[in-house]
Design a protein around this ligand. Structure first.
Ligand code: A3P
Length: 305
């Protein structure tokens, strides 16, 4: 079946999730061709949940012996995080700017739900880090992001009203939606197999980034040594990957198309705050979304606020 998504773009339903045509093609090719290795690290997020931030953190943490964060030529200084950790589903097709990483561990990312991941990811010992974000801020971030892209290609694009857009988001008709299904899949898995999935929240990263950097490093079996802690390595990584620093690097200020098809590097950085939903949603819209989330997450033990 097809539907207009939350921004009026045509989307296809595939195994219960919504995709535009290009991503659907990349997804099915990826499912058929990808062979996971035990050492792979897979970052999974819903779009606009802080993927760029997570990519920069995991790259800095796992590659810190090879690349000191203070190094002027650190890869994150010259390359947007999406160029260092590609999305699987964009690796296939005619996208020449992205390549499957070489070396070990391979760092990869996806927005796909667990049920649509290739079997080899499920059966191998590779590790998954899942990051989610409060749905109010995710919706608002997505709304700004998609609006910018769609207007770029068609200045006369007819958007639905915010109310209608939210309505479709709440029906699950948004990129890779329904968003709650994806969140719940990884939440449950993180409880059943904590060695397979580390479940993180954007708001927790904002709350205590040092603790979360340690959490990530411990989970990936590359804990910070006490010497590193004394030298302030964790603080340096956190500062480097902060919104303020990362968004002000020349490479990320660039309005040239980067490593994600059709998207300029600077489009991944907008405000980077908690609570910006207040500038777009009315209280009753926010309450409607909260009610839906509460109903969907009921009994799971997960809270998203
Ligand atoms: P806002 O639109 O609310 O500002 P993704 O990386 O999944 O596409 O998500 C993009 C969102 O994460 C945007 O949110 C963006 O500003 C924010 N973001 C990007 N880099 C960040 C960072 N280093 N720290 C915190 N938030 C960041």
């Amino acid at each position: 079946p097809t539907r207009k998504d939350m921004m009026n773009a045509l989307h296809y339903c595939y195994n219960g999730f919504w995709f535009c045509e290009a991503i659907l093609e990349g997804t099915t090719t990826f499912q058929q061709n990808f062979q996971a290795q035990d050492t792979d690290i897979i970052l999974v997020t819903a779009p606009k949940s802080g993927t760029t931030w997570l990519k920069s953190l995991v790259f800095s943490i796992t590659c810190r012996l090879q690349y000191k964060i203070s190094d002027k030529n650190h890869p994150l200084v010259t390359t947007n995080p999406h160029g260092l950790i590609p999305f699987f589903e964009f690796l296939y097709g005619d996208n020449k700017s992205l390549h499957m990483p070489v070396g070990k561990p391979r760092l990869l990312a996806t927005h796909l739900p667990y049920t649509l991941l290739p079997e080899s990811i499920k059966t191998s010992k590779c590790k998954i880090i899942y990051l989610c974000r409060n749905p109010r801020d995710t919706f608002v971030s997505m709304w700004h992001f998609r609006k910018k892209i769609l207007l770029k290609f068609d200045p006369s694009w007819q958007f639905p009203s915010i109310e209608e857009s939210l309505e479709r988001f709440c029906e699950g008709v948004s990129k890779y939606g329904p968003f709650w299904e994806q969140i719940l899949q990884f939440w449950k898995l993180s409880k059943e197999s904590p060695e397979k999935v580390l479940f993180l929240k954007y708001e927790d990263l904002k709350g205590d980034i040092i603790a979360q950097c340690k959490n990530i490093a411990d989970y990936l079996n590359c804990s910070f040594s006490s010497e590193e802690e004394n030298e302030g390595v964790i603080e340096d990584i956190a500062k480097f990957c902060s919104f303020e620093h990362l968004s002000n690097l020349e490479v990320n200020k660039s309005n040239e198309e980067g490593n994600v098809p059709l998207i300029e590097n600077n489009m991944f950085f907008r405000k980077g705050e908690i609570g910006d939903w207040k500038n777009l949603l009315t209280t009753s819209m926010a309450e409607k979304l909260d009610q839906l989330v509460e109903q969907k997450l009921h009994g799971s033990g997960l809270k998203l606020n």
